[in-house]
Design a binder for this molecule. Structure first.
Ligand SMILES: Cc1cc2nc3c(=O)[nH]c(=O)nc-3n(C[C@H](O)[C@H](O)[C@H](O)COP(=O)(O)OP(=O)(O)OC[C@H]3O[C@@H](n4cnc5c(N)ncnc54)[C@H](O)[C@@H]3O)c2cc1C
Length: 458
């Protein structure tokens, strides 16, 4: 397998993606981190920044950015998989708001660090426009803004757009309105993760690639090439977590798939818009997401690929022709300016991690020294930075505003054993798809989808 083939992003880098040397024998460290995606690397970054004397080792089974971090949609957003009301029900309104504000700040923090570290990742803080293309979707846009107001969030955080305002940002077919938030930046995800790996190495962190961890226990990470002994071991393996012993039911790997077009002519961009490289989506149930890339392509993705029995993750699951065809069709519907044959040049996908209660978490078990972060669903680009900063405080024993956030030490329940897990996840996907179809047909909101969302605690 060529790492370049894993995503358009990895294929577009100016580097050969030669793996760094792997671990060769046993070693000692203060902190061992398993996984060189954003979570592992941000954790290493903030630890090394706070205490340059710490001996930090990152163990990666392939290369930095092999996982979702090198393949995603490049929305560095302030989104969380859990809604504000759901967080407020569990932790109270103030702590829910603290979490949301911390996410707003996180987008700025990532922008600040990429500038400070000279990570050229096509960063553009153009916000997000979410389109409403039917009455039902317009209803959801209004409800989203009303909910934001209930929590004290202002127009500066989320604003309702009329049809003209929405189309001025993103001229998709049939736009009736939408919402806009400034709290998002478009990034080249692979440049970000590869740049982060270099930034942590500059600070003395040792990154071992092609070094799979076969087990994690208190005080050790085991690999075929040697044992890393460290009082703190961080699991930053997200969608790949179920392959680790004892973690099969910790998160469900759900696939998100993407396509990228050829670079589009300026005349086409003049019709589509996205002049500020706003990331974009719409108010359907089965999530779609897109960005205008710095080199003038549309990178566009969506959920909908099946969950695989036993939480298996395999390279061929990244490719689902049915989903790629659907993405291409939806792009063509959204933007007729692309013409009848949408010029797709790249297709790819990858696993993300879904916790049983749809709640991301970060934590450290002080008795074992085992730490973790993840369960971000499709929102890990921003939240992994918050997770990394928070883990750095937890590991150094610092009490801070970050360690008081409600996702700290939250324990999600384990997923059901199979075949229940397979039935539940795939049934959920089917309900959302048929809800979107039914809404288009009837023009009425789907009650089944609403009931399913409530079941998930959204
Ligand atoms: C197609 C797609 C689109 C997405 N779009 C967005 C988006 O636009 N915005 C957003 O916020 N989020 C998005 N996400 C989610 C986001 O990419 C992830 O939440 C985020 O990258 C998770 O980072 P991570 O470091 O926790 O995990 P990963 O990036 O998956 O990294 C985990 C790393 O651990 C390594 N690893 C696993 N097991 C082992 C082991 N046993 N030993 C050693 N190493 C191991 C893997 O090789 C991998 O490199 C998307 C995800 C996908 C797949």
């Amino acid at each position: 397998m060529r790492y370049q083939d894993l995503s358009y992003w990895l294929s577009s880098l100016d580097e050969p993606l030669t793996p760094r040397p792997g671990l060769a024998g046993d070693t000692d460290a203060d902190v061992a981190i398993v996984g060189a995606g954003y979570t592992g690397l941000w954790t290493a970054y903030y630890l090394a920044l706070a205490d340059p004397s710490l001996r930090i080792v990152v163990l990666e089974k392939e290369i930095a950015g092999y996982g979702a971090s090198g393949r995603n949609g490049g929305w560095c957003s302030a989104l969380l998989p859990t809604s504000l009301p759901a967080l407020a029900r569990r932790h109270g309104r103030d702590r829910a708001l603290d979490m949301q504000r911390a996410m707003h700040e996180t987008v700025r923090e990532v922008g600040r660090v990429v500038a400070a570290e000279g990570i050229d990742c096509d960063w553009r803080a153009g916000g997000t426009v979410v389109l409403a293309r039917s009455d039902v979707q317009l209803g959801r846009a209004r409800a989203a803004v009303a909910e934001a107001r209930e929590y004290g969030l202002a127009d500066e955080d989320l604003v309702l757009l009329d049809a003209a305002e929405a189309a001025a940002r993103c001229h998709a077919e049939g736009v009736r309105g939408g919402t806009y938030t400034p709290h998002c930046a478009a990034v080249h995800p692979a440049k970000l993760v590869r740049g982060l790996a270099e930034a942590v190495e500059r600070r003395g962190v040792r990154v071992f690639e092609r070094t799979p961890v076969t087990a994690v226990r208190a005080g050790v990470a085991l690999t075929p090439a040697g044992v890393v002994r460290a009082p703190v071991v961080v699991r930053a393996t997200e969608g790949f977590t179920p392959a680790l012993p004892g973690q099969r039911r910790a998160v469900a790997p759900v696939y998100s798939l993407m396509v990228a077009t050829e670079p589009l002519p300026e005349a086409t961009w003049a019709r589509i818009g996205l002049a500020e490289r706003e990331t974009f989506s719409d108010y359907r149930h089965v999530i779609i997401y897109g960005q205008r890339t710095a080199d003038g392509r549309l990178a566009f993705g969506g959920r909908g690929a099946p969950y695989h029995f036993g939480s298996r993750v395999r390279p061929d699951y990244d490719r689902e022709p049915r989903v790629f065809a659907a993405l291409r069709r939806v792009l063509g519907e959204l933007f007729p300016a692309l013409g009848p044959a949408v010029p797709v040049s790249h297709v790819w996908g990858g696993p993300l991690g879904v916790a049983r209660d749809w709640t991301a978490s970060v934590g450290l078990d002080r008795t074992t020294g085992l730490a973790w972060a993840g369960g971000y669903v499709g929102d890990g680009v921003g939240s992994s930075n918050l997770a990394g900063r928070t883990l750095a405080d937890l590991i150094r024993g610092v009490t801070s505003d970050l360690t008081a956030l409600p996702w700290v030490n939250h324990r999600s329940p384990r997923w059901e054993p199979e075949p229940l897990r397979w039935l539940a996840v795939n049934a959920g996907l089917r309900i959302m798809f048929s809800a979107d179809e039914a809404e288009l047909r009837t023009g009425r909101p789907s009650r089944r989808a609403a009931a399913f969302s409530r079941l998930l605690g959204h």
